[in-house]
Design a protein around this ligand. Structure first.
Ligand code: HSE
Length: 436
């Protein structure tokens, strides 16, 4: 039986999971592949911590260069994370003719162009199933099984930390900071949760899905990114009263030569399938012109689920190596020369529905003044509530609008926020009402 040698860069949680899959499922892998997969080297600066797995002597090293320059290693798995030295190592592996498997969404969202172009020149694969949605096979589904479809839109719940926090806020009526605190104590949320709760992690994943679904390069910095730290349990309760659930959504839509690329808290109808995705689960729902809607759901993070996705990629690369077919699958599903020059639609041009929560002084005429300004800016009100809630002399007033252009909403809010009856900055949450 042929033997395929794999080198692993980074021996953290996911790296340990990869070792476990290879050890536990070596028989299954070998019979499915008709070859053995050997973890020839693992490079990590920390060679002493006990990860709870047995390795053959000499496998674990702190010498990444030795791994990258080992002519026997055909596949390099990068699980270091972050930009550097991951970028340098990945490019070096590619130049050395090695196929690359990575879970590094931040690296690919920012430096994907450079890495994918280098891989095409070198004729090697760059696979990254674990970078989006952990154990969910969304990338191979888009590139392969759904590859005959034109995609119009997709929606993703792509961050388990945020979905867990929003679920707890919804079910327990707790505030954001209390749930985050608990999640950190239980080890569900990172010690520094900024990337997760401010939507950055979701935006990294969105950048990759946009490229894959719409066949275009995406300037990650142009993706509109708003997290969940301003959301209160009250907004979730009001959303429920209006018949909505609140989720942090990654939204990708194609509109001619423009795409919508946005990450923000979003109210969605409570009977829409994504509304039922709770806790740490991730889900992507995409709409192909022939397939219709397809929804994939599963663990978006964690040692086992992520290692499963990494090893699925290793298996795919190993199969190509078995049949000597080089780089069969372009990283983004189409050759670099075929990528379309689509641009991201500015947020000002987005048309959607809006939830607007004003915190106002409770006195006659306030409601009429606010409604007047909204009307002057072509914003039509669909419904409105003034909940019985006083805080000192202030009360909330909540409006749901019909579809409006974001430029008009911003102009109206700029005017309204200057009124002396407004107590706090108005909260705006976008509402996606007509999802496919
Ligand atoms: N920290 C992410 C999450 C997983 O909470 O879903 C890695 O992207």
């Amino acid at each position: 039986m042929k033997n395929i040698k794999v080198g692993l860069l980074g021996f953290g949680t996911i790296g340990t999971g990869v070792v476990k899959v290879i050890q536990q499922n070596c028989g299954i892998l070998a019979s499915r592949l008709g070859a053995t997969i050997e973890l020839a080297r693992i490079a990590d600066l920390d060679t002493t911590t006990d990860r709870g797995v047995e390795l053959s002597p000499g496998v674990l090293t702190d010498d990444a260069q030795g791994l990258l320059n080992d002519p026997g290693i055909q596949v390099v798995v990068e699980l270091i994370g972050g930009y550097e030295p991951a970028r340098t190592f990945v490019l070096q592996a590619i130049r050395n003719g090695k196929h690359v498997v990575t879970a590094n969404k931040a690296l690919l969202a920012k430096h994907g162009d450079e890495i994918f172009a280098a891989a095409e020149v070198a004729g090697v694969d760059v696979m990254f199933e674990a970078a989006v949605g952990g154990g969910i096979p969304i990338i191979s589904a888009i590139k392969e099984n759904l590859g005959a479809n034109n995609f119009y839109a997709f929606y993703g719940i792509l961050n388990g930390t945020c979905n867990y926090i929003l679920t707890e806020m919804d079910e327990e009526g707790k505030d954001f900071s209390d749930v985050l605190d608990e999640a950190q104590k239980k080890g569900y949320a990172e010690a520094d949760p900024t990337f997760d709760v401010e939507g950055v992690d979701t935006a990294h994943k969105l950048a990759l899905l946009l490229s894959l679904c719409f066949g275009t390069k995406v300037d990650y910095d142009q993706i509109y990114t708003e997290g969940i730290s301003n959301i209160t349990a009250l907004d979730i309760e009001y959303a429920r009263d209006f018949g909505y659930k609140l989720k942090l959504l990654a939204i990708g839509k194609r509109d001619g030569d423009k795409i919508e690329a946005r990450v923000h808290p979003t109210m969605i109808p409570e009977d829409y399938p994504l509304a039922a995705i709770n806790g740490v689960f991730n889900t992507v729902r995409l709409v192909g012109d022939f397939s219709g809607p397809v929804m994939l759901s599963g663990y978006g993070a964690g040692m086992n689920a992520t290692a499963s996705a990494v090893m699925g990629d290793v298996l795919a690369v190993a199969r190509d190596l078995q049949t000597d077919c080089g780089s069969r699958m372009p990283a983004l599903g189409c050759p670099q020369s075929e990528l379309l020059p689509l641009s991201i639609k500015p947020m000002e041009q987005i048309v959607t529905h809006y939830y607007l929560r004003f915190n106002v002084k409770d006195q006659p005429g306030v409601l009429a003044k606010i409604a007047g300004v909204l009307g002057e800016h072509e914003i039509s009100i669909e419904s409105m509530v003034q909940p019985h809630r006083h805080e000192a002399e202030a009360v909330p007033i909540v409006f749901m609008t019909h579809a409006a252009e974001e430029r008009n909403v911003n102009a109206a809010l700029a005017e309204i926020n200057k009124m002396d009856v407004i107590r706090d900055e108005t909260l705006l949450i976008r509402v996606e009402d007509h999802l496919e």
